[in-house]
Write a protein that binds this ligand. Structure first.
Ligand code: OSB
Ligand code: MG
Length: 377
């Protein structure tokens, strides 16, 4: 039976936006660069029935996708928030419709939608997991491991995460740091659940190298080619034994349907920010489930806000592979919520309190805030 995802309308008095700079416990390196400080935007919806929190998961530079923090800040303050305040009273399900005329900027839209959704659900005393259709009270936790100094360093880093109890390892790869790194982890730890993420670093000309990964029995290879290489991914997928999973390319439920129709992927990474919100993320989930295509929940180094919401999303029935839903401590010494996600027997708990189910630590939040603005109706 389809789940009726409807929440009561909220009347919006305004929004507070903050740019945060949160130090990472260790630098995070991917094929597109190294990050030592997480720059992210936190959204507070000021509604008549109470507040709601969301997170815009952009990074400082437009390297993972075309969105970036200062661009999101500009579009949110100049266009998206005014459109929502003009409307004044909205249901969470209507937020995407109000923002639909503005092309793109999905991460910005997703953060605003989550803040409205959180405000609405807190007012109704209803947890996000229940609203989205969660069927588990905890989710298996995978960890995304950045490119290290060398393969030996990678093995030591992975060992630390396995000791902590993470149930699946994902390593970042790029040309020149692929076969040897993957071989080192396989040799050191045997048949652990292992996958790789290229973050768009290859072209079809690299197909022979990528086919060498077939011998490692990986769960999947994530986003080997560019965001818009939807046909090339289908060509590559026919060449590889390793299942191809798409991340960057899946910007909407329509993009997911197209990718599946073309054979560009046999697994899909779902990130609410990338597809424009948790409601669109559920639509991607629903269509993949219908097509018996496994999905898993990706991450964007979320703060406790997005991390709690991701745990709720990852508890839907179609999320049959462990997600990048790690403990807060994998990235942060101090989170901005009072009960950061922790690892318990390789799992993260789905919050059961109303809304996103976590409370903001105002002192911690202020400490990492570098800019703040309040827009009122
Ligand atoms: O490609 O999945 C990715 C982080 C930032 C941008 C893109 C990606 C990632 C990760 C980290 O892999 C996932 C996480 O939050 O744990
Ligand atoms: Mg990825």
């Amino acid at each position: 039976m389809p789940i009726a995802r409807t929440a009561a309308p909220v009347t919006l008095d305004g929004f507070e936006l903050r740019v945060l700079h949160i130090p990472l416990v260790s630098p995070f390196t991917t094929s597109f660069g190294t990050e030592s400080v997480r720059e992210v935007i936190v959204v507070r919806a000021l509604a008549d029935g109470g507040e709601g929190w969301g997170e815009i998961v952009t990074q400082e530079a437009p390297l993972y996708s075309s969105e970036y923090t200062r661009g999101a800040w500009d579009v949110a303050t100049r266009w998206l928030i005014p459109a929502l305040l003009e409307r004044a009273t909205v249901t969470p399900e209507e937020v995407a419709d109000v923002l639909e005329p503005f092309v793109g900027h999905r991460m910005a839209k997703a953060g605003l939608e989550l803040a409205v959704l959180d405000a609405a659900l807190r007012a109704e005393v209803r947890p996000l997991g229940e609203y989205l259709g969660a069927v588990h009270d905890r989710v298996p936790s995978g960890v995304s491991v950045g490119i290290q100094r060398d393969p030996a360093g990678l093995v030591e880093t992975v060992r630390g995460y396995l000791d902590e109890g993470y149930v699946r390892i994902k390593i970042k790869i790029k040309p020149g740091r692929d076969i040897e790194d993957t071989a080192a982890v396989r040799d050191a730890f045997g048949a652990i659940p292992l996958q790789v993420d290229a973050n768009s670093a290859y072209t079809l000309a690299d197909a022979d190298t990528l086919a060498e990964l077939d011998r490692f029995d990986l769960l999947l290879i994530e986003q080997p080619l560019q965001e818009d290489d939807i046909v090339d991914h289908a060509t590559l997928a026919r060449r590889l034994k390793t299942p191809v999973c798409l991340d960057e390319s899946i910007v909407s439920a329509k993009a997911a349907a197209d990718a599946l129709a073309l054979g560009s992927a046999s697994v899909i990474n779902i990130k609410a920010g990338r597809v424009g919100g948790y409601l669109e993320a559920v639509r991607v989930h629903d269509l993949c489930r219908q097509a018996s295509v496994p999905v898993w929940c990706g991450g964007m180094l979320e703060t406790g806000i997005g991390r709690a919401a991701n745990a709720a999303l990852a508890a839907l029935p179609g999320f049959t592979l462990p997600g990048d839903v790690s403990a807060s401590s994998r990235f942060y010494l101090r989170d901005i919520v009072t009960e950061p996600a922790v690892l318990e027997q390789g799992h993260v708990r789905v919050p059961t309190a109303p809304g996103i189910g976590v409370d903001i630590d105002p002192v911690a939040l202020d400490e990492v805030t570098v800019e703040k603005v309040v827009l009122r109706r």
